[in-house]
Design a protein around this ligand. Sequence first.
Ligand code: ATP
Ligand code: MG
Length: 187
Amino acid sequence: MEAPRRLKPYTRPQGERRGLLIVYTGDGKGKSTAAFGLALRAHGRGLKVRIFQFIKHGTARFGEHRAFALLGVPIEGLGDGFTWKSQDLEASARLAQEGWQRAKGAILSGAYDLVVLDEATYPLRYGWVSLGEFLGALKARPVHVHVVVTGRGTPEALVELADTVTEMRKVKHAFDQGVPAQRGIEH
Ligand code: ATP
Ligand code: MG
């Protein structure tokens, strides 16, 4: 097994080079795609990137999965695809909890420079993943690890802990004019 790198516990701003906690939230379009853009930039700089998607199904083959597969950046869906419509909420909760344990392991291992937790705010809001445990893991992460969280309704405590928070505000969305999701743009 590869030895974990620089396993120093995370502390607040001190040096020039440190892992940031970045949040993309709000009701406008662009949260996940902003996170993917950052992942692309980081990959270009030789950072080790790993992406987890809390709602997307493990078998999803959307544009981002195809593109990151070409680049060799691991991206995995941890959810059941339609969590909020799920018939079996207990199963969804279990899935989210298992997914979170995987993501937490990746963050704490120090093996990645950037970990994306796409749509992680939803399991937090539904209480499927404990906010205390989530924040605890982020605080305990090795100092070099950047973490990006996306999703609507970010808990205030996560906003407070974060270094950079951007709120996407909907001015217009094509969906409201009845335009369906477009391949390559929405998925
Ligand atoms: P994207 O993945 O395009 O960056 P997002 O992550 O900001 O969007 P989510 O809240 O995760 O948006 O929504 C998931 C899906 O809903 C995406 O296909 C997105 O394009 C679409 N969407 C985002 N914002 C809106 C909105 N205000 N109204 C309707 N659909 C939206
Ligand atoms: Mg999204």
